[in-house]
Write a protein that binds this ligand. Structure first.
Ligand SMILES: Cc1cc2nc3c(=O)[nH]c(=O)nc-3n(C[C@H](O)[C@H](O)[C@H](O)COP(=O)(O)O)c2cc1C
Length: 325
């Protein structure tokens, strides 16, 4: 059975990846509903947290039904990471995850996120200090290495395990790879099959369908699969992957009425959590994803983008249902 501290997952675990501006409570609600086994907050700046910055503190929000949930933090300063861990612990999540994978320039240039892959001793020390500063299990999410000449994940994994992390998620790219480069799982497999490793290893990168999840699980023997981009506008991916892993059968994709129902829940949860105006504005980035592949959807998208009132949006959902049923 898959275990991280007290978290036990009976099925083969399929996790929702942390995604800034995406994996917020409204979106997580849906991923959980459709089967995500473990979820994470968006990454939270340690500096922002300890300064009590509104945006960072708001990202700590979650509801009980989301458990097991991890709060993900990032930063370049070890003291701040310790403080932020203590701060995050007060929200009582199930685990603390350290982000050593973010490749955004403004994060990396400070030596945070994947930037720390340039300084592995500091990465190990920061992890050790975070582990010491909390009673919660600490996990890490990182990449294969800084660049293609420094794919040190096998050594990194051993060293992070030695200082006490309880699971490791590996995204099969380096910091300098772009999403155009295919995710490389071979080193994820090497970490998993290293006889020194005892903690769960979760594989991440380019899982787009149930068959791919099954292939990676079988080929690389990882303890869990994490899905990011494919879940956007497609939270049903968790249901489909889990069903396929359990039965070998492919479920049909959701029909138009389920898509609309899900979209409505997402909109309502966004409004509840962010307020009507922001909730409606932030939903706009999701519409084309929910209705990907529907012919001539653009005219409805334009209408959805134009409205600032939930009632009017509901009317358009009705029109969409009529058109595509
Ligand atoms: C919009 C977006 C935001 C992301 N934000 C985070 C983040 O906050 N923390 C993190 O560890 N990774 C973040 N990632 C990386 C994903 O968690 C994941 O590792 C990556 O997208 C590869 O998985 P996928 O191919 O399933 O998308 C983000 C990715 C995207 C596309």
């Amino acid at each position: 059975m898959f275990k991280i501290g007290k978290i036990e997952i009976k099925d083969y675990p399929v996790l929702l990846a942390p995604m800034e501006d995406v994996s917020d409570p409204p979106f997580r609600f849906l991923c959980k509903k459709f089967g995500a086994d473990i979820m994470y907050t968006e990454f939270i700046s340690s500096e922002g947290l300890i300064r009590d910055a509104f945006k960072s503190v708001k990202k700590l929000d979650f509801i009980e039904e989301e458990r097991p949930i991890g709060i993900q933090i990032f930063g370049h300063n070890i003291e701040s990471m310790i403080e932020a861990t203590k701060y995050a612990e007060q929200s009582n999540p199930d685990l603390i995850d350290i982000n050593f994978g973010c490749s955004v320039r403004k994060v990396v240039s400070k030596g945070a996120g994947a930037g720390i892959l340039n300084d592995i001793p500091k990465m190990v020390k920061m992890t050790a200090e975070v582990v010491k500063s909390t009673k919660l299990p600490v996990t890490v999410k990182t990449r294969l290495g800084y660049d293609n000449n420094h794919k040190q994940i096998v050594e990194i994994a051993e060293r992070l395990q030695d200082v006490g992390i309880q699971a490791l998620t590996i995204h099969g790219r380096t910091r300098t790879n772009s999403y155009k480069d295919k995710s490389d799982w071979t080193l994820i497999g090497e970490v998993k099959n290293n006889s020194r490793m005892i903690i769960p290893i979760i594989g991440n990168g380019d899982i787009t369908c149930p068959e791919k999840a099954m292939e990676m699980k079988n080929k690389y023997n990882v303890d869990g699969i994490m899905i990011g981009r494919e879940s956007v506008g497609n939270p049903w991916i968790f249901r489909e992957v889990k069903h396929y892993l359990n039965t070998g059968e492919l479920l049909p994709h959701p029909n138009i009425s389920e898509r609309i129902e899900t979209c409505k829940i997402h909109l309502q949860k966004s409004i509840d959590w962010k307020g009507e105006r922001t909730g409606i504005l932030e939903m706009r980035k999701h519409y084309s994803k929910y209705f990907k592949g529907y012919k001539y959807f653009k005219r409805f998208k334009l209408k959805l983008m134009d409205k600032e009132n939930a009632g009017e949006l509901y009317k358009i959902f009705g029109e969409i249902l009529k058109e595509y049923s």
